[in-house]
Design a protein around this ligand. Sequence first.
Ligand SMILES: C[S@@+](CC[C@H](N)C(=O)[O-])C[C@H]1O[C@@H](n2cnc3c(N)ncnc32)[C@H](O)[C@@H]1O
Length: 277
Amino acid sequence: MAENDNSTEEFSFTAFSNLPFYRQVNARLLDLAEVGRQRRIIDLGCGTGGVTKLILERLQSAKETVIFAVDHSASALRDAVSELGGRKDAVVRFVQSPVQNLKTAINGDVDAVVYCNSIHYVPDKQSLLAQIRDKLSPNGILAINTSFFEGSHPPSSEEFFRRWLMRSLRILKREHGMMPDASQKVESRQHLTAVEYETLLEESGFRIVKSEVTDIDGPESGWYHISGFRDWIEGVLPGVPLDTGRQALQKGLHQVFEERGIETIPRRWLSISAARA
Ligand SMILES: C[S@@+](CC[C@H](N)C(=O)[O-])C[C@H]1O[C@@H](n2cnc3c(N)ncnc32)[C@H](O)[C@@H]1O
């Protein structure tokens, strides 16, 4: 996503992040890190503020707490500000910055860093984790989750993805007369295994507190809303205008759910909490 992105909020992550199953996954991560007892918390890659809102809901003493909500996307932060900016019960500071500049983006140390479904975007994870570690107070805790790791797609879901892509490409071609442009493909992201994430954390000065992989039944509504998220459209259908890509993906999705008579598609989520070693 472009850093100074002035495009419409229409293709934002909000609809997906409000889905009950997604809130549950993130609520579980906040449990793992006991988020709520800390005073200074960073919500890294906060997007449109779905997780910031969950953090706010569990603060014990909101008045003494500061949440730094960091994202590089101007449009995502605009959404987050309009949802949460007016709250008087807690301080949320919105910071537009690449996470890679964390060291300079936020002054002083913090008690917790929450990083939901965003670490897979960053190529050099080791250098980022080192910065996060340096930002944490001695008893500080980091909580990470991702649904993009090696093992996140159960083998039983592969056929679904193959068909979904095939259907969407057919719709794109027949109804819109276009195909994706491979030259605009976003750099493919390296997926680490759960063990590789744990090792990376340990090598970056963390002690693993809890690491778990959860099986999620992703409902059609989840795949439908993710098909309206800019990063997803650009990843699956590079070079296709966002509204056209969304239409093709959502229509193709519905066809596959109908023809296979399915209600959910499985996905695995990795959640790790880690303390400063
Ligand atoms: C899938 S969304 C997750 C948003 C939020 N954490 C949630 O779970 O609702 C990923 C977010 O990470 C942000 N992001 C990706 N790479 C980033 C980077 N290098 N620096 C800052 N933000 C980044 C994107 O702009 C997007 O808002």
